[in-house]
Design a protein around this ligand. Sequence first.
Ligand code: SAH
Ligand code: SF4
Ligand code: F3S
Length: 469
Amino acid sequence: MHLPDFKVARSSDKKDYKKINYQIDSKYLNKYKGKKCFLKTYGCQMNEHDSENIKGILELLGYTFTNEMQEADLVLLNTCSIRENAHNKAFGLLGRAKHLKETKKELVIGLCGCMAQEEIIVKTIMEKYSFVNFIIGTHNFYELPEILSKTDKEKQQIEVYSREKDLIEQLPVDRNSKYKAYVNIIFGCDKFCTYCIVPYTRGRQRSREKEDIIKEVEDLIKQGYMEVTLLGQNVNAYGKDLYDNYSLAELLEDIAKTNIPRIRFMTSHPWDFNDKMIEVIAKYPNIMPSIHLPVQSGSNRILKLMGRRYTKEEYLTLFHKMKELIPNCTISTDIIVGFPNETKEDFNETLKLVEECKYDNAFTFIYSPRVGTPASKLEDNISKEEKEERLYKLNELVNKYFKENNDKLVGKIVPVLVEGISDKKNEYFGYSDTNKLINFKGDNVKLGSIVNVLIKEAKTWSLDGEIYN
Ligand code: SAH
Ligand code: SF4
Ligand code: F3S
């Protein structure tokens, strides 16, 4: 049994990790043929991609997948810790799974993902959720075959490592889309923003070797993929732990040269975003002009308390440089309201910053204290009503700019990667180069192709149009 430990997660000693090519022991192949798995994913794109790998592994074991929990032999929750409501949702589902197990004794229930890395969660599950068969962490989910083979009814298995283990290449994968693929470039995060649990649940920053990333993109091209999204909690730190002169800028350039039609990347921390990266994004038409640049707050006092390492002024300089140098660039953001000690004036500074940036998209959150993070020791001293009111006000403002920005596209022709057919006849949907959701009319449009769409109408979160030949 290995239990998570935040002290170890926080420790700064550099771990020596090895690169290992995944290989499944042949004795596990098809061991569970005929069994069904209900896999539920709660988190960010990185968690979604982990689930794609988990699916790949379970398929080698012989599992198929079901959307009905009642049909499942294995219920697996790939969890998220970022805010309390993510916890609550997972515990809600565990409650339902417990109920099911009362009549289906042989049901196996497992928990993986970020919650598995939290001391307090594992303690709760050990004490109150004895029906959970196993907990497996983010650093070793690929050990699922071994864990499953050791599962028995009585003994709960907990295999969670507090720090990153080896870097595993060539994991099996079953991707959710045939046209768009996630590609990890860097794992973990070294920023330790004071409110955030991610560095504890995902370990220290470690980059994949550039050759492995480029090879993965080349393979995806061969399989017909049209778009890759390079993933990491902070993609702009790519390479820092591996190379002297090779950063996200060089990686983006090398991937652009593979000629994959579309490249996106997320998430960017403003601190590591340099001019060379902006130049490369501006230079290559297959790097999409759409950047997610979380600001979190418009108040320098709060930014400092959050440990974000930039001032509002530095953020704005970077923001305007991107807008100026990258043609047609849209920028989205993340904002937290109600951080401890955030005054009305601090909040107004955030509103002022939004008025200046007029974001194309924004994810807005009420601060949620995470046990074990430095911010959780500050008094959470803003009332629930006040936090909700600030969120409401902020949302009204961001929505206004979403719509205003979308209005500017009416009458324009935009390139759209066609992803699916909507319920209505002859209607399709996909995303534009600038990452806007477009619903459009057309005849016999090929899924997975990039087509031109004439925009007819703007809404707050999407645009309507028709194919333009
Ligand atoms: N690596 C990314 C963010 C990952 S988490 C970055 O640094 O920007 C996604 C978003 O969740 C964050 O940008 C932040 O806005 C929000 N978030 C993180 N921790 C939070 C917390 N404790 N309470 C509320 N929102 C939080
Ligand atoms: Fe969390 Fe900050 Fe790292 Fe983003 S950069 S994952 S907010 S610690
Ligand atoms: Fe959640 Fe973990 Fe992602 S906490 S946001 S699933 S890295």
